[in-house]
Design a protein around this ligand. Structure first.
Ligand code: FES
Length: 107
């Protein structure tokens, strides 16, 4: 797995990522949807597996799940699973934070 630096520091990540506001990240030809919840950052594929909706334009519900803007399929950020099993799981990308920056892991 390659670890690609996406922020210089956790403080930088917090400045760019408003809590519970999905943001698009393009890295190595992939579109990733980033969501920060408190101290934790999640990365999942940005294209909804139902019909290619752009998940960074979606919302976070009261349970902290990511809701697609097109037909409201709802994904758990930790596992990528659609909560009602209506569509396939999202690919999830690990995020590593350290003194040397914030990194996303990609195969
Ligand atoms: S495209 Fe996301 S729910 Fe249909």
């Amino acid at each position: 797995m390659d670890w690609i630096k996406i922020f210089e520091s956790t403080a930088d990540a917090k400045k760019v990522l408003t809590e519970n506001q999905p943001k698009l990240l393009k890295v190595h030809g992939r579109s990733i949807c980033l969501v920060r919840q408190g101290e934790k950052i999640y990365g999942v594929q940005n294209n909804c597996t139902h019909s290619e909706g752009s998940l960074h334009l979606g919302t976070i519900n009261q349970l902290g799940d990511l809701v697609c803007p097109l037909h409201q399929h709802t994904y758990h950020l930790v596992t990528g699973v659609e909560v009602d099993q209506r569509s396939a799981d999202l690919e999830c990308f690990p995020i590593r934070e350290g003194g040397d920056g914030v990194f996303i892991g990609m195969d």
